[in-house]
Design a protein around this ligand. Structure first.
Ligand SMILES: Nc1ncnc2c1ncn2[C@@H]1O[C@H](COP(=O)(O)OP(=O)(O)OP(=O)(O)O)[C@@H](O)[C@H]1O
Ligand SMILES: [Mg+2]
Length: 504
């Protein structure tokens, strides 16, 4: 011990013993404001070694001092907490699990209580060979754990990893909005199906022909449109998105093509439509299968002649806009049913990107999971949560009717439930409406449920879903269901749903 430079080592007995714990057992503070459990300070290289065994403390102090860290010691859990909350606040704690006054897990739990679930600068040291301590420590937010007796190389390695991770994360979270944005526009997947999509995006980006993206809900159509626009060689203008299902025909046309002042009641000013705003850029027409035949005709003209008139206007307006359309319907079927213009279909069908449902490329699930764990970090300086093997098994056997969106939501829920720690199988909870919502016809027949009752069940779910998708907007919900508003209102009333989704 004599070989250590004394300035580098602050003994717990010297610095913290004079600081008496208050009634709660915490070190007294100058005010009652909660001290953030963990704030990154690049200048802080202090490590607190908390262990009741002197030989282990000595070993670690020497080892880490030689590596250039400032090392402080604590012999009990209480002492550790005092130093942790005191002026000698360490950047990292190596915390023994078994100590005489309180266990390391208890001390960790106390720190975790005020941490808001973020990852803690704590590496647990345990002689237990069972996983339970490691799991509990991880769930409470410990950064890592070391098994005793430890290999010295391993200790140094883990400590170094801790400091470099802090550094990296400080850089990454310096501008969370920017980091988020980067991940938001990333398409993940290494399956042959996804490889084919990347290839198609590349091909489409090099041309300015219309692109049709088809696929089930949540499969990633809008994400592909975003990426395609970003990479598009010809689009220098903005990406403007229009959800064709959200508006009744007249409003949609004015939204798409704009209107002149006074063209209809309420048209107080001239309005530039989405096509004009998207000039030299891209327009994303989501749910294009919902367009009425009349709007389809107008759209066809824009595609063919690159021009249109504003609602109530006579002067043709010329635009140069790449059209990306998306639908979860089979447009071929809509054409056969006379609901979609065949000529428009062929115009849009030049470049088609079909996004497969997630159940057809399950080998991408692990990558997607890692991506979402990273995308939805927990807390401000939070590290990415992790996933347990049994949770991953559960994810690999689900059918994902809501596709990648459902997977993303499931992971997000798991991250919240695990408070950014280790997501376990119990924390993987499938949204009932995602899988369960598809009414199980086989089951209904087995249950001998009468037709009218099944139809009622379907109708009720449709009404609820339409309102949900349109945030309780009954006009929009009635429109997508092809109902008159009064009819919708009556049906909601019949199901006793008027209270729940009252209009405003
Ligand atoms: N391959 C992917 N990699 C990473 N994230 C993805 C991928 N595919 C989809 N996502 C994410 O899943 C969510 C749903 O995707 P998106 O909104 O593009 O689906 P969609 O096909 O447009 O669904 P809907 O038909 O319901 O509108 C988004 O948050 C998106 O970022
Ligand atoms: Mg979409």
């Amino acid at each position: 011990m004599g070989s250590r430079p004394p300035a580098r080592r602050v003994s717990a007995a010297g610095s913290a013993a004079s600081r008496k714990p208050n009634v709660n057992g915490h070190a007294p503070r100058s005010d009652d404001a909660p001290v953030p459990a963990f704030t990154y300070d690049p200048a802080n290289r202090r490590i607190l070694v908390a262990d009741d065994a002197e030989d282990i403390r000595t070993l670690l102090v020497e080892l880490l001092t030689d590596e250039g860290y400032d090392v402080v010691e604590a012999r009990t859990g209480r002492e550790m907490l005092d130093i942790y909350h005191g002026p000698q606040h360490p950047a990292l704690v190596l915390l023994d699990v078994q100590m005489p006054d309180m266990t390391g897990i208890e001390a960790l739990r106390e720190i975790a209580q005020s941490s808001g679930g973020q990852t803690l600068p704590i590496i647990m040291m345990t002689a237990f060979t069972t996983a339970s301590v490691a799991i509990e420590a991880t769930m409470l937010g410990a950064f890592d754990y070391l098994h005793k007796p430890f290999d010295i190389e391993n200790v140094v390695q883990k400590v170094k990893t801790f400091f470099s991770t802090q550094e990296q994360e400080a850089q990454m979270t310096a501008d969370p909005a920017e980091a988020d944005q980067r991940l938001r526009d990333e398409i993940i997947g290494s399956s042959p199906e996804m490889a084919r999509i990347f290839q198609m995006i590349g091909r489409a980006a090099a041309s300015d022909a219309p692109v049709l993206i088809t696929g089930e809900t949540g499969a990633g159509k809008e994400l592909i449109a975003n990426v395609l626009h970003k990479n598009s060689l010809s689009a220098s203008g903005p990406l403007v998105k229009v959800n064709c299902a959200a508006l009744p025909e007249s409003l949609l046309e004015s939204e798409l093509f704009g209107h002149e002042k006074g063209s209809f009641t309420g048209a107080l000013n001239q309005h530039k439509g989405s096509f004009e705003r998207a000039n030299r850029g891209t327009i994303f027409l989501d749910e294009i299968g919902e367009l009425t035949l009349s709007t389809q005709t107008k759209l066809l003209r824009v595609l063919q002649e690159k021009e249109f008139e504003r609602v109530g206007g006579t002067a043709p307006i010329h635009v140069d806009v790449r059209v990306i359309a998306a639908t979860n319907r089979r447009l071929e079927d809509e054409v056969s049913a006379g609901k979609f213009r065949e000529d428009l279909f062929y115009r849009l069908h030049v470049l088609t990107i079909h996004v497969p449902p997630l159940r057809e490329h399950m080998e991408d699930v692990p990558l997607l999971v890692q991506h979402f764990l990273h995308k939805h970090r927990y807390g401000v300086a939070g590290r990415s949560a992790r996933i347990s093997p049994d949770a991953m098994d559960k994810l690999m056997t689900h059918l994902w009717p809501g596709n990648i969106r459902e997977l993303e939501n499931t992971i997000q829920r798991g991250i919240v439930l695990s408070q950014g720690g280790l997501v376990t199988a119990e924390q993987i909870q499938f949204a009932p409406q995602a899988g369960g919502r598809l009414i199980d016809i086989t089951q209904r027949v087995r249950e001998r449920m009468p037709l009218t009752q099944v139809l009622n069940e379907v109708e009720r779910e449709l009404l609820v879903e339409a309102l949900k998708q349109h945030e309780g907007d009954r006009v929009a919900a009635a429109h997508v269901l092809g109902l008159e508003l009064t009819d919708l209102t009556q049906r909601l009333h019949d199901f006793g749903l008027d209270g729940e989704y009252a209009a405003d």
